[in-house]
Design a protein around this ligand. Structure first.
Ligand code: ADP
Length: 170
């Protein structure tokens, strides 16, 4: 039954968790931490995405994500400005993991997953259900709250919270 398990042979299971992370939220952190329970290596891909006109530069977004996983040797954080499947292949990842919050996420995610499958049939997209505590949370919501001087405590890591107050005031 277990013939093809090849005990003793190292098979690293690598997953890519891609996103804009503009900025990283506690919802992202939850998904990535849960991916760490399932895979040997988690590569967080921060999309450069200039066409989305991010609030934070790629350097700052990388810094926030790296700070959030400081000391976690399973997690590698890298920027990418290529096709996602090319980024995944660069790290030997055969799985792309995306979070799903509401049904409204599904249509876009379904389209992207199909396109990625067409580009590289060897890579699978998996969807992780949001933790109900963060089902309402998105980077855009956080920025909007901060813009109107609302409290973002508990929604983002402390360094992001402080930077948002610097930008928008408290
Ligand atoms: P993108 O711009 O590519 O959608 P995001 O930075 O908004 O990137 O999100 C990155 C990933 O994290 C996506 O898979 C998204 O669905 C997931 N995600 C974002 N917020 C949450 C949340 N609150 N709960 C679960 N997954 C989330």
């Amino acid at each position: 039954m277990w013939d093809n398990l090849k005990l003793g042979e190292e098979i690293m299971r690598v997953v890519v968790c891609p996103g804009s992370f503009d900025p990283i939220t506690n919802g992202h952190i939850d998904i990535i931490e849960r991916a760490c329970q399932l895979f040997d290596k988690v590569v967080v891909g921060v999309a450069v995405n200039p066409e989305k006109h991010p609030l934070f530069s790629i350097e700052e977004r990388l810094k926030f994500v790296r700070n959030a996983f400081k000391g976690k040797s399973k997690v590698l954080v890298e920027a990418y400005d290529t096709l996602l499947v090319d980024f995944a292949n660069r790290f030997g990842a055969k799985v792309i993991m995306r979070g799903l919050r509401a049904v409204s996420d599904f249509e876009r995610e379904f389209q992207i997953a199909q396109l990625n499958k067409k580009l590289d049939p060897t890579i699978e997209t998996l969807f992780m259900m949001t933790n109900y505590k963060y089902a309402y949370l998105s980077s855009s919501a956080v920025k909007e709250i901060a813009q109107y001087k609302g409290c973002v405590k508990g929604l983002v890591p402390l360094d992001v919270e402080e930077r948002l107050y610097e930008i928008y005031g408290k």
